[in-house]
Design a protein around this ligand. Structure first.
Ligand code: AMP
Ligand code: MG
Length: 192
């Protein structure tokens, strides 16, 4: 039988990575083991080896054709990992690039990953803006709340098309300020 593949997405700064890691830790205590794969990290390693970027926040500024070539290579690598374990792919439904929203899971990526569940982690534009301002470890784009909300809307549209193309279910999880534990619980139930 095929291992479960869950794709966790959210706009930069919504806390998708934190949420995923906490949910995975909790499931370990129940004897349920997922391997977490960060799509951006796999892409960064490929792009860095080709001397295309120096940090992960430069990836989305590369020309779209280059991004898609690296994306495809990353998807193939991740599909290999999914042969061994159930996996969670920490990624983005769409990536906001200077040339427009780039689909995080175009059909050739879906064909490799064959996801069972797509999770959208969301909160309000205001909360995301504040979280980005507080994170100095990354080169976050300075965006208005309206623009962040547009991005979340596009992410929903894209995620549902991924569902339509694959049969994957699409789950929206709210990650509100000070309510991280509720979001972790909800993700745990989705992954169980
Ligand atoms: P992250 O650390 O999750 O913000 O990912 C770093 C960068 O990796 C993003 O800003 C994107 O440029 C790239 N990335 C991650 N996932 C994808 C994807 N599915 N398709 C294209 N680019 C991606
Ligand atoms: Mg992240």
């Amino acid at each position: 039988m095929k291992n479960k593949v869950v794709v966790v997405t959210g706009v930069p700064g919504v806390g998708g990575t934190t949420l995923t890691n906490k949910a995975v830790e909790r499931l370990k205590e129940e004897g349920i083991h997922y391997q977490v794969v960060n799509f951006g990290t796999v892409m960064f390693e490929v792009a860095k080896a080709e001397n295309l970027v120096e940090n992960r926040d430069q990836l989305r500024k590369l020309d779209p054709e280059t991004q898609k070539r690296i994306q495809r290579m990353a998807a193939k690598k991740i599909a290999e990992m999914a042969k061994e374990h159930p996996i969670i792919v920490d990624t983005h439904s769409t990536v906001r690039t200077p040339k427009g929203y780039l689909p995080g899971l175009p059909k050739w990526v879906l064909d490799e990953l064959k996801p069972d569940i797509i999770v959208l982690v969301e909160t309000t534009g205001d909360e995301i803006l504040m979280r980005r301002l507080g994170d100095t470890s990354r080169e976050r784009d300075l965006e208005s709340t309206a623009s962040i909300e547009e991005h979340q809307f596009m992410n929903r549209c894209a995620a549902m098309t991924y569902g339509v193309l694959t049969g994957a279910t699409v789950k929206i999880i709210k990650n509100r300020d000070k309510l991280l534990d509720e979001a972790v619980q909800e993700l745990v139930s989705v992954l169980r």
